[in-house]
Design a protein around this ligand. Structure first.
Ligand code: GLU
Length: 300
């Protein structure tokens, strides 16, 4: 399977995790990514982020395909499944290990939470670095004994190697004529996990590698992932990958002001479909920023 269609023009993508039903916010995001590519004569790709074998479900993959097809979001090329890309993730991990940038981490969630001194970064507590100082002998012994471990990046060392980085930020709504270089702050996230105990790669690693392999030139995704872009930019620099431009759109919130969640069945696309809502009407409304009753844009 070729991931990149060798397109010189704009490539956007939608990359849902098949861990629940798509909601109105997903439909809105997918439509925007789709329309952005179409307006530029480019390609729109669909990637299923099913690397988490315990939470990903085949019925949710079928639901994503059915919902997007219903909404009129057509994608180009083959669907990409992260579960079929494990060799690429392993090769990248090997490369980073060979550069001395990864270390095994044996900590449990409870261990990390118990560390009261752990500072907080943009995405919650920053790993306190407990396993960074283990000796090679200890590491080999614990791995040899079959102790479960993740692989973390030594962030200070990685940042020291690549120096200051910026990424290209486009405004929302997307406007290709306006872009600015934003400083990346990967250090603020600490030694993030690149290979999980329970999955062969983390979201950060798989997403960065896949965007590059699929030739993605413009990533459009929610504001909740703005912090992740710091980390993705660093990985691009370490792995010699191109850096796409990024648009982070506001999230949608429900009547309670809380962001839409996959569990909120009432705003699932599948439910709107079952209630007889016309897909073209919904798509038109979403495109013009009219959301179903009770749903609005989160305030910046
Ligand atoms: N799979 C992620 C999610 O469903 C999105 C990843 C991305 O767009 O970078 O939230």
């Amino acid at each position: 399977m070729t991931l990149s269609a060798a397109l010189p023009h704009m490539v956007t993508r939608f990359a849902p995790s098949p861990t629940g039903l798509l909601h109105v916010g997903h439909g809105w995001s997918a439509l925007m990514g789709h329309d952005m590519a179409r307006a530029a004569g480019g390609a729109f790709r669909l990637r299923i982020e099913d690397i988490d074998a315990t939470r990903s479900r085949p019925d949710h993959i079928a639901g994503i395909i059915a919902d997007l097809t219903w909404l009129g979001v057509a994608w180009d090329g083959d669907l990409v499944f992260q579960s079929q890309r494990l060799d690429a993730y392993e090769a990248a991990l090997e490369k980073l290990r060979a550069q001395g940038l990864l270390y095994p981490c044996f900590c449990t969630r409870a261990d990390i939470q118990a560390s009261l001194t752990a500072p907080h970064g943009p995405e919650g507590p920053v790993y306190p670095g407990t396993c960074r100082g283990l000796s090679e002998v200890d590491r080999a012994r614990r791995i040899g004994a079959g102790e479960a471990h993740a692989w973390r990046i030594d962030m200070s060392e990685a940042v020291a190697r690549v120096g200051a980085l910026t990424w290209t930020d486009l405004p929302f709504p997307p406007d290709l004529d306006i872009h600015r270089d934003v400083a990346a702050h990967p250090l603020a996230h600490g030694d993030v996990v690149l290979a999980r105990k329970d999955a062969p790669a983390s979201y950060h690693l798989s997403c960065t590698l896949d965007d590059a392999a699929m030739g993605v030139t413009h990533v459009l995704r929610g504001d909740d992932l703005r912090g992740a872009t710091d980390i993705h930019r660093l990985l691009q620099a370490l792995l010699d990958l191109p850096s796409p431009a990024y648009v982070h759109h506001p999230l949608l919130v429900g009547p309670d002001g809380k962001r839409l969640a996959k569990r909120s069945g009432s705003i699932a696309l599948a439910d709107l479909r079952a209630q007889g809502m016309a897909a073209d009407v919904l798509a038109l409304h979403l495109r013009t920023g009219r959301f179903p009753i009770g749903i609005s844009l989160a305030k910046a």
